[in-house]
Design a protein. Structure first.
Length: 94
């Protein structure tokens, strides 16, 4: 699987530069995602969305954060790192 970071994802990641624990957990999660995206601790799930039919989410292992992503033709595009409130807001009127 090829994993691509979007510009928006890179911005989210830069905002977390002082959160070393979260960044280390994010890197651990992304390595696991590259190996096997259906691995149980990732809690990989499909999101019903009219705007993006390929939208999914995974949990950052050991945290309350989730990563929104799109999976299409063996390519994974990472979109954002969000807590549960932001996750609900982004997927409410999707």
């Amino acid at each position: 699987m090829q994993v691509n970071e979007t510009k928006k994802f890179s911005i989210y990641k830069k905002k977390l530069k002082n959160e070393t624990f979260l960044l280390s957990k994010l890197e651990e999660t992304l390595l696991l995602l590259k190996k096997d995206f259906t691995h149980e601790p990732l809690n990989f799930k499909k999101i019903n969305c009219k705007k993006d039919k390929f939208r999914h989410s995974i949990r950052i292992i050991g945290t309350q954060y989730r990563v929104l992503l799109s999976v299409h033709n063996e390519i994974i595009d990472l979109h954002c790192i969000c807590n549960h409130d932001e996750y609900d807001r982004l997927n409410k009127n999707c």
